[in-house]
Write a protein that binds this ligand. Structure first.
Ligand SMILES: Cc1cc2nc3c(=O)[nH]c(=O)nc-3n(C[C@H](O)[C@H](O)[C@H](O)COP(=O)(O)OP(=O)(O)OC[C@H]3O[C@@H](n4cnc5c(N)ncnc54)[C@H](O)[C@@H]3O)c2cc1C
Length: 409
């Protein structure tokens, strides 16, 4: 790659910031411009529903790099710089201010946005979504005034927000459309563990229930009407019903889209000079033999680095299992792996003397597909290696906490 080249990164989140860092670490000394729609330098989102939301983390602590890093590494930041169109044939992009800039390689890292609820009253004051740092600030301030919160959606963000609301002393009700929070991710064997955790902390959980209306008075939300006719009072409502990848730029530019921007194992889109990473990328994984799109922090980090190297012409592929984590009350866990379309046929619990500690494994045909360590540390790498080895596992040994995981490799 010619060192006088111009690389453009669209999206100032985790993937975009790590891509800029990796380009410089790999010795690229051409121009790098990072366009970010938000007014903030790139930051990490996981604390927004955890420490930061609870007022236990400073704003500076969530930055991917300190603000000064960008100038020090000659990364031109265009904050509040929304990219509005791409012209792949001319290798150029246009921003909302009318700036037109040419590129040699371009990375799309536009992330995702919350899925909106479209029921009557959804636009009332006191209805919140959580994606950006300002959302987290607003919710934290409202936590100090409100008494009752209804959280619509029992996914990771809904549950973490519930834990933060309980820590702030609010009455909390979670509405879940499915059988149980997280059941679609963890299955019926493990999902109850999180339901019990929240019940034990005083959260009211309602299953198989849908919000059909948000009631209000003088423009402010006062409660939620359910499909069974019940009304729940609330002075704030938080909606956490999933995220949608922001593929509009790519679609308008004619790039291939199928549940995200379709990229190969090098994160290259259907245009050879445009790459995609993070929440928006549906990437081919040669180990799994299929495309997957992952909305997690570690994926955005890893793909930001892989995309940067691929933009430099390096032959890199990331086949590591997916990874994510959560913190809720006194429970911290890491989850490693990907359950495929075939699902799993066995769940194994490795229980420790301390009842708060457990590792859960999901197996298919005796091979570990995923593992989740709860309140136990320094095992995620062993779990990752066990998954990657794809070896048949002895279930009794796996369940026995006296046998080190590394010895099963
Ligand atoms: C509240 C919350 C808690 C989370 N907790 C966890 C967790 O505990 N563990 C975990 O693994 N993951 C967690 N995640 C998910 C994780 O944060 C995301 O997977 C990660 O942020 C994805 O990074 P990204 O760079 O792909 O996208 P993003 O972080 O969404 O960044 C994309 C950026 O691009 C900008 N952008 C979009 N369009 C344009 C445009 N046209 N022009 C310019 N800029 C544009 C956006 O404004 C945004 O700033 C959490 C997410 C949220 C919201």
């Amino acid at each position: 790659m010619n060192n006088k080249s111009s690389f453009i990164i669209v999206g100032g989140g985790m993937a975009g910031a790590i891509a800029a860092q990796t380009l410089r670490e790999e010795g690229f000394d051409g121009n790098i411009t990072l366009f970010g729609q938000e007014p903030n330098v790139p930051y990490e989102r996981p604390p927004l529903s955890k420490d930061y939301l609870q007022g236990n983390a400073e704003r500076d602590s969530i930055l991917v790099h300190p603000e000064s890093w960008y100038a020090e590494h000659a990364v031109e930041l265009s904050l509040g710089g929304t990219v509005t169109s791409l012209d792949p044939a001319a290798r150029s992009m246009t921003s909302a201010t009318g700036t037109r800039q040419r590129y040699d390689k371009l990375l799309l890292a536009t992330g995702s946005q919350p899925r909106r609820l479209s029921v009557p009253g959804a636009d009332l004051g006191g209805v919140y979504y959580l994606r950006n740092v300002e959302d987290s600030d607003r919710i934290r301030i409202e936590f100090s005034r409100a008494k009752r919160v209804v959280i619509i959606g029992g996914g990771w963000i809904g549950l973490e927000t519930a834990a933060a609301a309980r820590a702030a002393g609010l009455d909390v009700t979670i509405l879940e459309g499915g059988e149980m929070p997280l059941q679609h991710v963890l299955g019926p064997e493990v999902a109850p563990l999180f339901a019990e955790l929240h019940r034990g902390h005083g959260v009211e959980l309602r299953y198989r229930t849908t919000a059909v209306e948000m009631t209000g008075s003088r423009g402010a939300a006062t409660g939620v009407m359910l499909n069974d006719g019940t009304r729940i009072d609330a002075d704030m409502i938080i909606v956490g019903i999933g995220a949608i990848p922001r593929t509009e730029l790519a679609a308008a530019a004619g790039l291939k889209i199928d549940n995200g921007i379709v990229v190969d194992e090098h994160l290259r889109t259907s245009d050879p000079d445009i790459f995609a990473a993070g929440d928006i990328a549906s990437a081919y994984n040669p180990r799994l033999g299929r495309h997957i799109r992952v909305e997690h922090w570690a994926n955005a980090r890893r793909q930001g680095a892989v995309a940067a190297k691929a933009m430099l012409g390096q032959d890199v592929v990331d086949v590591r299992p997916s990874y994510f984590f959560t913190d809720q009350y006194d429970l911290s866990m890491e989850y490693t792996g990907d359950i495929g379309p075939a699902g799993y046929d066995r769940v194994i619990f490795r229980r420790y003397a301390d009842s708060g500690q457990v590792i859960v494994f999901w197996l298919y045909e005796q091979r570990i597909q995923a593992g989740m360590n709860i309140n136990i540390w320094d095992v995620a790498e062993d779990i990752e290696r066990l998954i990657q080895s794809a070896r048949p596992i002895n279930a009794d040994e796996l369940a026995d906490p006296a046998i080190p995981l590394a010895s099963l490799l």
